[in-house]
Design a protein around this ligand. Structure first.
Ligand SMILES: [Fe+2]
Length: 265
């Protein structure tokens, strides 16, 4: 069931999972502690302190073990390893993304246009398509297989949730396959995808519903690697634990050749 909805919608959710609750009991204090590391703060505190980005901040191994925790198991991992064919490949180090009341405020290095896009369009993006140089030309520089998200703290659905444009993976995928299908994977990072990406993003805004993906601690969700997604602003009725709205994300890279294919089989 999950696989069908994943391929149709570009994401799928997993209900409360005792395996995950157990794992989080070990991992949560270690994950939240990264926020207090002054070096990591310098690197990752953005939007005037309303967002700790925390990319690869968690010190987990490839099986998801942190300190004396067990490996990361459960329904979402089973889905990734078996249904999506990730197999026994190792996980990357998880991102610890924490939003606070008031997110987003403008960063000094952020243009007015970027800030407006963050506020009005949730800084919607596809992972791996980076803006490069002063012209912000879009290049495909990272090749993550999927995005696995797991809340670390209790927060309601107004507290800067993840949002997805449901079904956008099909629009983005079609556009990228057209642009890159005949080019050797080794050359993809050199291809300027700006116009292709912007057109596909516009079509996704027009044709795909914006869906708030909210989960409780012990639940999880998996996004297709081409799904357009972002973070909604902290809402007027947002509530979270004092630690903020914290979510762990795994985003391990896969073989470049397999990145562009339509299906997972
Ligand atoms: Fe992302």
């Amino acid at each position: 069931m999950s696989r069908e909805s994943f391929l149709r919608d570009g994401w799928t959710g997993f209900g409360p999972d005792p395996c995950l609750v157990d794992w989080l009991a070990h991992v949560r204090p270690l994950a939240l502690a990264v926020r207090d590391d002054s070096r990591l703060q310098r690197d990752w505190l953005r939007c005037q302190g309303t967002w700790f980005v925390g990319v690869n901040a968690l010190q987990n191994d490839g099986a998801g073990r942190v300190a004396d925790s067990g490996p990361l198991l459960g329904a979402a991992m089973r889905f990734i390893r078996q249904d999506l064919g990730f197999g026994s490949r190792p996980l990357d180090r998880a991102q610890v993304s924490i939003c606070y009341p008031g997110y987003p405020r403008p960063s000094p290095d952020e243009s007015d246009a970027s800030f407006r896009f963050r506020k009005q369009f949730d800084a919607a993006h596809v992972d791996g398509l980076h803006p490069v140089g002063p012209e912000r030309r879009r290049k495909l520089l990272e090749f993550s297989g999927f995005l696995l998200g797991m809340p670390l703290t209790r927060a309601n659905r107004e507290a800067a949730p993840l949002v997805v444009w449901q079904g956008s993976h099909r629009i983005i995928g079609r556009a990228l396959r057209r642009a890159l299908g005949d080019i050797p994977p080794a050359d993809w990072p050199r291809v300027d995808l700006t116009e292709v990406y912007h057109a596909a993003r516009r079509a996704s805004f027009r044709d795909c519903p914006r869906v708030v993906v909210h989960a409780r601690v012990g639940e999880a969700y998996v996004l297709h690697r081409m799904t357009l997604h972002g973070i909604a602003p902290w809402g007027e009725n947002a509530r979270s634990e004092p630690a903020g709205r914290a979510i762990l994300y795994f985003r391990p890279e896969i073989d470049r050749k397999g990145w562009l294919v339509e299906d997972w089989t």
